[in-house]
Design a protein around this ligand. Structure first.
Ligand code: ADP
Length: 270
């Protein structure tokens, strides 16, 4: 938008240049503010489990002669340590795909395989809640991208579907061809997302209900990662949701042989 503006005011001469500079400054301030917010959020998110760990360590020391308490508190320490690990892993993934590292060279990806791999990795959590994970839709589709990143994105969507669904429900991962794209959707019968929050859920650390997200082990980064994976593929992710009935997240990605290629890659259509 800044560029369009600059072109339009160019005939105004010196005045135009002043306007252009002002616009640049605003954008730089916005980027800086986003960065500051992010660092503050990360610090806060890291401090919570670290604080809990040090408290628990103290408590264990005081309860040294009560084996039952030691077992209980050390279990909670493991839980907090796991949260810290997930958070750091998600931060590393996010910083890699946000432009820190070059995107992997895109290659043909069999959709059935990445879907199955993502389902397999989420099955234990789903089984614990008696949730059926089902793959459906078209078979044999191929898309153009990076299999590891796509598995990460699908896992995040399926993990969320499991986390925000009640027991004994069903999650369907369905693929279909749509012109130059392949669409993979993850549908759940869960709690749904309030309409007002739907456009914000892809922001880093945004949660509809922070307490619930933490209780389910969420880092608040899952959907930000999904969005960046989609964009890096020249695709997008969209959401449909109704509170109380469920949510469907759809990844739209370039089909093999289609025209869209990962944004940061030279185009080398086979
Ligand atoms: P989190 O780690 O908190 O799950 P995400 O970035 O993955 O973070 O998701 C952001 C928020 O979007 C979640 O906190 C939750 O409120 C909401 N959300 C995501 N997926 C679903 C879903 N399938 N059903 C209901 N709410 C969801």
């Amino acid at each position: 938008e800044a560029t369009t503006f600059a072109v339009r005011v160019a005939p105004l001469g010196a005045y135009g240049q002043v306007l252009v500079l002002a616009e640049d400054q605003t954008e730089r301030q916005r980027v800086e503010a986003v960065r500051r917010d992010f660092v503050a959020n990360v610090s806060h998110e890291l401090k919570t489990p670290v604080g809990a760990l040090s408290l628990l360590a103290e408590t264990i020391q005081d309860a040294a002669d009560d084996p039952e308490a030691v077992t209980r508190f050390s279990g909670r320490m493991q839980h907090e340590a796991a949260r810290l690990t997930y958070l750091v892993q998600d931060l590393i993934t996010l910083s890699k795909i946000q432009g820190g590292d070059p995107m992997p060279i895109p290659a043909p990806v069999p959709v059935d395989e990445v879907v199955q791999e993502a389902i397999d990795r989420c099955n234990t959590k789903a089984a614990a809640k008696h949730i059926a994970l089902v793959a459906g839709g078209a078979e044999g589709l191929q898309l153009w991208g990076d299999d590891d990143l796509l598995i990460t994105a699908l896992r995040n969507l399926i993990d969320n579907a499991v986390a925000y669904s009640p027991e004994h429900t069903r999650i369907v991962v369905s693929s279909r061809a749509a012109g130059d794209s392949v669409e993979i959707s993850v549908s759940d019968q869960g709690i749904g997302i309030p309409e007002g929050a739907q456009e914000r859920i892809f922001e880093r650390f945004f949660r509809v209900d922070a307490a619930r997200s933490r209780a389910t082990g969420g880092t608040g980064l899952g959907l930000a990662i999904v969005k960046h994976v989609a964009v890096a593929h020249g695709g997008e992710v969209t959401v449909w949701s109704k509170e109380g009935s469920g949510s469907t997240f759809t990844l739209k990605l370039p089909a093999l042989g289609g025209t869209a290629v990962a944004a940061s890659q030279p185009s080398t259509t086979p």
